[in-house]
Design a protein around this ligand. Structure first.
Ligand SMILES: Cc1ncc(COP(=O)(O)O)c(C=O)c1O
Length: 425
């Protein structure tokens, strides 16, 4: 385009932007919440117990106790996480809370009976650190930030974290005590860790300092958007093989399977880790909400039943993802400025997010322009430790909650703002 053509095009984009502003839109593509129609798929949870509160082992779900969770939920979670029931704890409605407790337990008390605390291992001048494959999940990073744990970003590619980088960092510094992972349909870039990456993860315990933990947050294990979903290798089985099971903490929940605010969470690790966790948990509670666990087991039954439910979720979610992708393809594919594409984006096979990359230095500007036109996006940078995206390119799009017409309108604005921000630069 000649300079005059660019000027004319920019004027046209600015005019369209002002017209949209006049509409006073109020649209939101921020958090990865299930839509109301998805929640309604599990409405049968309500009343499903019909007065029968007795669990598989004869205990009464209404009473105190059962810190590890009811036996049928532990068996179910074991199948879901690829563990043995004895390696599983079933908790309350939030896996994030389990992760927070794992990290705070390790930090203040030691993760199992004989383990020293990370705080003591650091000594008076040492600094505990965590590896953070980035971009990643902002709430993982907030846990580190609140405890003053230094976060070291790790590069990711289509196979997962750069394992050469992970291994050399661990070899060099025994005060790196953990790594955050979302190994399947990662939040936000949709990456599924390759078999080779998982196998290398299973061996990290051999090179890391004492009490190193891999927090393997498999939040989207069954949340596919395609017909033949990719498989994730089993970290627990591989860790057992390499003698590093204590280093692996595998997490999941039904938050995006049943009710996001009233599901059940689970954790699998070595029996020593689970026992250490329960000891500390017992100080805070006399047991989890076993009535909800029982309701979930009567409803979800087994993995084939759960997969049917996930298919119904996919039927709702897939058109929303397709619509976002259609806007990106139609509006931006093939468009160049300064010999670079206006943006690149992921086509996830599952999970809750599409990651968009602007040209360098423009993500915050696009988010601001969208906000000015009534479209809320996750703040630029929030998928990085300390909210600092070094290239300022990542924008996380979360299409699950809004309806199709809302997405349609919001994406028109988004595409316009990407073009406007790039040309204005
Ligand atoms: C990677 C990841 N882990 C955990 C959670 C929260 O899970 P829960 O609702 O079980 O606390 C989310 C929610 O968006 C997530 O994206």
């Amino acid at each position: 385009m000649s300079t005059n053509d660019v000027q004319a095009h920019l004027q046209n984009l600015s005019d369209r932007y002002q017209q949209i502003q006049a509409k006073k839109l109020n649209l939101d593509l921020t958090r990865g919440k299930p839509a109301t129609a998805q929640l309604a798929l599990s409405d049968a949870l309500d009343g499903i117990l019909q007065g029968n509160y007795i669990c598989a082992d004869g205990s009464d779900a209404r009473n105190y106790g059962g810190a590890l969770g009811i036996p049928e939920a532990r068996a179910f979670a074991a199948a879901y996480l690829g563990a043995r029931p004895s390696q599983v704890l079933v908790g309350g409605n939030s896996s994030l809370q389990l992760m927070y407790q794992v990290v705070t337990n390790a930090y203040f008390h030691g993760i199992s009976a004989n383990a020293t605390s990370w705080r003591d291992e650091a000594g008076s001048s040492g600094q505990i650190k965590f590896l953070c494959p980035a971009p990643g999940y902002d709430r993982h990073f907030s846990i580190c930030e609140t405890l003053g744990i230094e976060m070291i970003p790790v590069t990711m590619d289509d196979n997962g974290p750069d394992m050469d980088q992970v291994e050399s960092l661990l070899r060099a510094d025994p005060l790196i005590k953990g790594i955050w992972c979302v190994p399947k349909y990662a939040n936000p870039n949709g990456v599924v860790y390759s078999d080779e990456v998982v196998e290398r993860f299973a061996q990290l315990g051999k090179i890391a300092g004492a009490n190193f933990r891999i927090i393997w947050d498999n939040a989207y294990a069954e949340h596919h958007l395609v017909e033949n979903p990719p498989e994730l290798a089993n970290l627990l089985a591989l860790s057992e093989q390499y003698g590093t099971l204590d280093n692996a903490v595998v997490i999941g929940s039904t938050s995006k399977i049943t009710f996001a605010g009233a599901g059940i969470s689970f954790m699998a690790s070595s029996e020593a880790n689970i026992a250490g966790f329960v000891d500390l948990l017992g100080i805070a509670t006399i047991g989890p909400d076993k009535v909800n666990q029982l309701r979930h087991m009567r409803f979800l039954k087994d993995m084939p039943t759960l997969r049917q439910l996930m298919q119904a979720h996919r039927d709702i979610l897939q058109p929303k993802f397709e619509l976002v992708l259609k806007h990106l393809e139609d509006g931006l594919a093939g468009k160049m400025h300064n010999d670079q594409p206006l943006g690149t984006w992921t086509r996830p096979a599952g999970g809750y997010f599409i990651l968009f990359d602007t040209q360098p230095g423009l993500a915050d500007k696009v988010v601001k322009l969208c906000a000015g036109a009534g479209v809320k996006l996750t703040p630029a940078g929030s998928t990085w430790p300390y909210k600092k995206d070094p290239a300022n390119t990542n924008i996380r799009l979360a299409p699950s909650f809004p309806g199709l017409s809302e997405i349609d309108e919001a994406m028109q604005v988004f595409v316009l703002c990407v073009e406007l921000a790039t040309l204005e630069q």
